[in-house]
Ligand binder design. Structure first.
Ligand code: ZN
Length: 240
């Protein structure tokens, strides 16, 4: 009667199955993936924000360039007028005063444009870096995803293997024994069967009386008098 031993094997398979299923549920890679994804999102937002700033800045440069050209054209018109005929001394004086103001405006606008171009350049550089960072983080995320898929595949294969083993063992065990096992399972956190090793119950570590030991050899259903677990004896493992 190997049924009790098979039931014990079934218990061990179910415990392993449970552990792997738990592991699958709480893989560290899930948290790593969530974190990597959040980082990608942040990097993407940074790129978008910089892109918007850069576009605004470009518009600003265009506007400044346009203003500068306008001032330059006005200056040229004024020069023509200044060197035209029939000007009184007073008119010339006024025109010269205007020309001076326009020159000042031109120089100021030129300075603004140069400053604005410098900002544009810095933004372009920052945008390039932000894009590179985004690409790198995306690659990292893909790597985490691949790694996670590999781990999940391996664990699922292991679970499938254990489930097959579980079915194989269940087919070998009579229904009443399985029913008894199911009944006891919840009382002993999934471990209602205890192996007897060197005359000791491996569930509660209390010595089994010799009289019981001999009955175990006869493969009878014996419960530990101390903890109540169903005792199993593997004679072939006695030398362990
Ligand atoms: Zn016990």
């Amino acid at each position: 009667m190997e049924q009790l031993q098979n039931l014990y094997r079934l218990q061990q398979v179910e415990l392993k199955l449970c552990a792997w299923q738990e592991k699958l549920k709480n893989l560290p890679v899930y948290a790593a993936f969530t974190q990597a994804k959040a980082e990608v999102m942040r990097a993407k937002e940074a790129v978008e924000a910089l892109q918007e700033k850069f576009t605004t800045q470009q518009r600003q440069v265009k506007k400044l360039e346009y203003n500068l050209q306008e001032t330059e054209a006005k200056e040229q018109d004024l020069q023509k007028e200044l060197f035209g005929d029939n000007k009184t001394a007073r008119e010339v004086q006024q025109l010269e005063k205007k020309a001076k103001i326009l020159r000042q405006n031109f120089l100021q606008q030129e300075e603004e444009l140069i400053a604005s171009l410098e900002v544009t350049e810095a933004l372009a550089e920052a945008l390039t870096q932000a894009r590179q960072n985004y690409q790198k983080l995306r690659k990292d995320l893909q790597a985490v995803q691949q790694q996670g898929k590999r781990e999940i595949r391996q664990i699922k294969a292991k679970i499938k293997e254990l489930q097959a083993e579980k079915l194989r063992l269940e087919a070998l065990i009579p229904q009443e024994l399985k029913t008894e096992y199911q009944r006891l399972r919840s009382h002993f956190q999934g471990k209602p069967l205890a192996e007897v090793k060197n005359g000791i119950c491996s569930g509660c570590y209390v010595a089994i009386p010799l009289s019981i030991n001999s009955r175990l050899l006869a493969q009878k259903m014996i419960y530990c008098e101390n903890c109540g677990r169903l005792l199993v004896f593997f004679p072939e493992k006695e030398d362990d």
